[in-house]
Design a protein around this ligand. Structure first.
Ligand code: HEM
Ligand SMILES: [Cu+2]
Length: 578
């Protein structure tokens, strides 16, 4: 990057006079500011990540040896049940909502979300739901039927624990639905007039696709849990075979939500990666429309694959065939994203900072998870490895190797905008490298354990699995250690890091056209767009010459928010749209 170019963009006055420095107390209050709520989601979900991570390491400590010698089998069952429930409903899903809350209004030129108070209510449902779950472990009556809570097991393992699990997940599901209503209405109704859908940043497309999935599938999970509650408390037999109920119906309802849930956990970070890679490759995104529509395709297909979790539950062969084929098709829109990201990096001038190291690792490890996913979609193979560590390996490569690495890439990328400070890059890289080493050491051997026949959800196992389990356990300790430099770095940099300025990455989407952190109302004057969101030196880029060409032709776009439109008519119209 030539100094001149950076200087040119850096000197462009932000679209707000005063930055919105917040007092720390604001983050503990009932704020309706989407930026405060976004950060509340991120910090709260990160705390739950740490708690879920400690539980995972306790599980791994028990699994270091073949005998049951660390926790009792009952506690072991509760630990992995809570570990998974926390990681899914209290870390990854809320973290996605956190970034969406913070970024969507800024990216589309709005002053806030469509329903700010509803937004705050959706957030404040999360802490009590989490505290309830963790309290159940402390009080010794935790859920222990796995995060799937399949009846009839969940009807006999312990009423109180199971009911706490149901209530907590119902609260979290409601929070997710309320958040998604806000995202959809804001994206459809609050964009600046000059932003057509094909000028919308890809993160916004991904969040639209995610929210549609949440709104369609979460109510079905709520239905299943309410019926399960009746079976538990009121003696009905919807899923209880002793009274003529059918537990497989519960599985259909549970997975009708829980498979889309994996896309609810990955799509927001697909969107974030589509923002991060072009900025740090200094090249326009490859295949904007293909990436945008692949999010919608994944969203649609994600609703018609759920029974690939039930290939061994006795469903008919023709149904298995249908779900095998739909599951394999979903690899196509996912592949479109992967190859577009690679094409964007190709020939770029890559700035290998922490955000980019996490982003590139995300692509690598997610592909490993994706490939094992296609293998598991094949009925003959799945019948052999269902409920083994091959499945545990797969889900961690897509959820840890995917979502968690995506979360960290997004944190390092938008940290300057959110805090007004630069995070320390040296410790960021230490965090990234330790995380990538730790995750592969923890989860790669699990593929082999699964192929060798080691079942999941057991604390005691055949001694022939010991050496690989030892590697997994030490890997999980490295993962725990890797989080420490991040925590110290984030707190220290937030308090004392060098000032970031408005646009340290010289990025071109709207959130970078405000101060860091942005003003309370984001923009004093509403921006007007003239070109697409990623047109880095468009003409040059088309020839494959990176933006950093010393004589770049800096187009007046993208999002040429660089100049507020003096045309009172437009300004008036944008006022009306609020
Ligand atoms: C921090 C590092 C992590 C480690 C060391 C870890 C370890 C484990 C282990 C060993 C199990 C299998 C327990 C068993 O079947 O007996 C497990 C299960 C599971 N983990 Fe993780 N995990 C980690 C992070 C995550 C993350 C980020 C997610 C994301 C959502 C996640 C989701 C799950 C799920 C869904 C299960 C299945 C639980 C069940 O069978 O009910 N884990 N984890
Ligand atoms: Cu699935």
């Amino acid at each position: 990057m030539t100094q001149a170019t950076l200087q040119e963009t850096a000197n462009i006055p932000p679209l707000n006079e005063e930055s919105g420095e917040r007092h720390w107390r604001d983050f503990f209050g009932f704020s309706t500011d989407h930026k405060v709520i976004g950060i509340q989601y991120l910090v709260t979900s990160f705390i739950f990540y740490c708690i879920g991570g400690v539980m995972a390491d306790l599980v791994r400590t028990e699994l270091r040896t073949p005998e049951v010698d660390f926790v009792t089998p009952e506690v072991y069952n509760s630990l992995f049940t809570l570990h998974a429930t926390i990681m899914i409903f209290l870390w990854i899903v809320p973290a996605g909502a956190g970034f969406a809350n913070y970024l969507i209004p800024l990216m589309i030129g709005a002053r806030d979300m469509a329903f700010p108070r509803l937004n705050a209510v959706a957030f404040w449902m999360i802490p009590p739901a989490g505290i309830l779950l963790i309290a159940s472990l402390v009080l010794g009556d935790a859920p222990d039927a796995g995060w799937t809570s399949y009846p009839p097991l969940s009807l006999v393992t312990g009423q109180v624990g199971e009911e706490i699990w149901i209530m907590s997940v119902l609260l979290l599901g409601t929070s997710s639905i309320l958040g998604s209503i806000n995202f959809v209405v804001t994206l459809l109704k609050m964009r600046v007039p000059s932003m057509g859908i094909h000028q919308m940043p890809l993160f916004c497309w991904a969040m639209f696709a995610t929210s549609a999935l949440v709104l369609i599938s979460t109510p079905v999970l709520a239905g299943a849990l309410i019926l399960l509650s009746f079976d538990l408390l009121a003696g009905t037999t919807f899923f209880n075979p002793t009274g003529g109920g059918d537990p497989v119906v519960y599985q259909h309802m549970f997975w009708f939500y829980s498979h889309p849930a994996v896309y609810i956990m990955i799509l927001p970070f697909f969107g974030a990666i589509s923002e991060i890679i072009p900025v740090h490759s200094r090249k326009p995104i490859f295949g904007y429309k293909a990436i945008a529509y692949s999010s919608l395709a994944i969203s649609f297909l994600g609703l018609i694959v759920w029974a690939h979790h039930m290939f061994t539950s006795g469903i008919p062969g023709w149904l298995r065939m249908f779900f095998m084929i739909t599951t394999m098709i979903i690899a196509v829109p996912t592949g479109i994203k992967i190859f577009s990201w690679l094409a964007t990096m190709w020939g770029g001038k890559i700035r290998l900072n922490s955000a980019m190291i996490f982003a590139i690792s995300f692509v690598g490890t997610f592909v490993i998870g994706g490939i094992s996913g296609v293998m598991l979609a094949a009925v003959p193979f799945d019948i052999h490895v269902h409920d083994t560590y091959f499945v545990v390996a797969h889900l961690h490569y897509v959820l840890f190797g995917g979502s968690v690495l995506g979360i960290f890439a997004a944190i390092y990328h938008w940290f300057p905008k959110m805090t007004g400070r630069m995070i320390n890059e040296f410790w960021g890289k230490v965090h990234a490298i330790l995380t990538v080493v730790g995750l592969n050491m923890t989860f790669l051997p699990m593929h082999k354990l699964g192929l060798m026949g080691m079942n999941r959800r057991i604390a005691q196992y055949d001694p022939k699995f010991t050496s690989l389990n030892e590697i997994c356990t030490y890997g999980s300790y490295i993962l725990a250690i890797s989080t420490l430099p991040f925590i110290i770095n984030a707190i220290w940099s937030w308090l004392y890091g060098p000032k970031a300025g408005n646009n340290p990455w010289n990025a071109l989407t709207l959130e970078w056209m405000t101060t860091s952190p942005p003003a309370i109302e984001n923009f004093d004057k509403l921006p007007v767009l003239t070109t697409g969101p990623y047109d880095y030196g468009l003409s040059k880029a088309k020839e494959g010459v990176p933006l950093d060409d010393p004589n770049p032709v800096l187009s007046a776009g993208p999002n040429s928010v660089l100049r507020a439109n003096p045309d009172p008519a437009v300004a008036a119209k944008s006022e009306d749209s609020k």
